[in-house]
Design a protein around this ligand. Structure first.
Ligand SMILES: [Zn+2]
Ligand SMILES: [Zn+2]
Length: 145
């Protein structure tokens, strides 16, 4: 994900307004690999900037997605997550207990849909999700949820 300054410049080039609220969101997303939900992003932004609205956060995330600066990810944890790591093709490890999503870089060039399915379907992207339990959850033991 680009720096706050770079994003500010790109937003302005697109004719989009850049407010301090939006810059706070850029800052929160820069360099993170935690895949925050939009709601948790909102909570974090509000801690810095109590006047920020949920709508601003949603709109900013939406604009970032339109510009290809983030990807919105649905890995079955119940909410959409913001993935700022768009520079490298990667896949995900998802903890089924706490919903943590981590990046994993791996080569899946050999993973192909068998030809008979490809006849009726054009594959455009492949996403691999590894499901399991993260170390934090594993050491906390099984929880009664
Ligand atoms: Zn976990
Ligand atoms: Zn990711």
């Amino acid at each position: 994900m680009k720096t706050v300054d770079e994003l500010t410049r790109r937003f302005r080039l697109q004719g989009l307004r850049v407010t301090p609220q939006r810059q706070a969101i850029f800052r929160l997303l820069h360099g993170v690999d935690t895949h925050p939900t939009v709601d948790s992003l909102y909570e974090a932004a509000r801690a810095e900037m109590p006047t920020i609205s949920r709508k601003t956060v949603y709109q900013t995330v939406h604009d970032l997605e339109t510009m290809g600066e983030v990807e919105l990810l649905d890995v079955g944890t119940g909410s959409i997550r913001v993935d700022p790591n768009v520079d490298r093709v990667h896949h995900h490890l998802v903890c089924r207990q706490c919903g943590t999503v981590r990046d994993v870089l791996l080569d899946i060039a050999d993973l192909r849909v068998p030809a008979r399915y490809r006849r009726e379907f054009t594959v455009e992207a492949v996403e691999v999700v590894f499901r399991g339990v993260c170390d934090d959850c594993a050491s906390a033991g099984p929880t009664a949820t």
